[in-house]
Design a protein around this ligand. Sequence first.
Ligand code: PEP
Length: 250
Amino acid sequence: MRKKVVVGNWKMNKTVTEAGELVSAILEQLGDCLVGCEVGVAPAFPALTEVGKVIERSDIRLVAQNCHYEDDGAYTGEVSVRMLESLGCAYVIVGHSERRQYFGETNRTVNLRLRKALAEGMQVIMCVGETLEEREGGVTDEVVTEQVKEGLEGVGDLGGVVLAYEPVWAIGTGKTATPEQAEEVHVSIRATIRDMYGDIAAEHLRIQYGGSVKPSNAVELFAMPNIDGGLIGGASLKAEDFVAIVKAAG
Ligand code: PEP
C-alpha cells in the first residue's frame, strides 16, 4: 500500500512573512490528520528558512522548488542541493513544466538535477506531462514515456523518487484532467517503470497528479488506484483549500 503524498508548490508567491503565516495556518488547521498521508510545502527559496522553523516539530516536509546539479561555483541565481539540505529540505522538485517552458530545462538537465539530489540523499519529485498540442496530437504517452526514461537515466534505485504527472494544459488553467484521463497516464507511467525497474519498484513508486487540483475534485482524483496524492499549485496558497485537499488524500 503506497502512502499518498500531497505537496503544495507555492511557486513565486508569498513574502517571508506571508509564507510563515500560511504554513502556520496550515499546521493549525491540519490538526492530527498527518497520520494518513505525507504532506509537504514548497515555498520559494527566500522563505525556506522561515517555513522550516515553523514546521520543525511537525511531520510536514520542507520541499524546494528546484536545485542545481553542481556542488558550488559560478552559477549565478542557482541553489545547490547542499544549500537546501542545510535548510532542512527533505525533497526537491525537478522538471516542473514552468522550469521546462520558461527556463530551458530539458530531460537531460532534469536528469542531472535529479541524480545530484539523490546522490546527496535528498528525495526528488520529478514532474512530467504533455502540452495541449501533444495531447491533441495523440502523443501523450510517447512524450511522457520519454520524459520518464530520460529523466531517470542512470538511476538504479527509485527509493528516493516520487513522480508527478502534470499535464501542462491543466496547470493553473482551471482545466483538470478527469480522474479517468489522469489514471490512464498514471497506469502507463507505472508500466514504463515496470519495464525499467521491475514489478516491486513499480508497485512502490508513488505517482502524484498535478493540474488544477481543488477541494472539489481532489476526492475523485485521489480515489483512482494509481494516483498517489497531488502536487498542488494555486489551491495550496489558501490554507483552507490545501488542508481540504490533504484530508481528501486521507
Ligand atoms: C503545479 O504548479 O504544480 C500545479 C499543479 O499548479 P495548479 O494546481 O495551480 O494547476
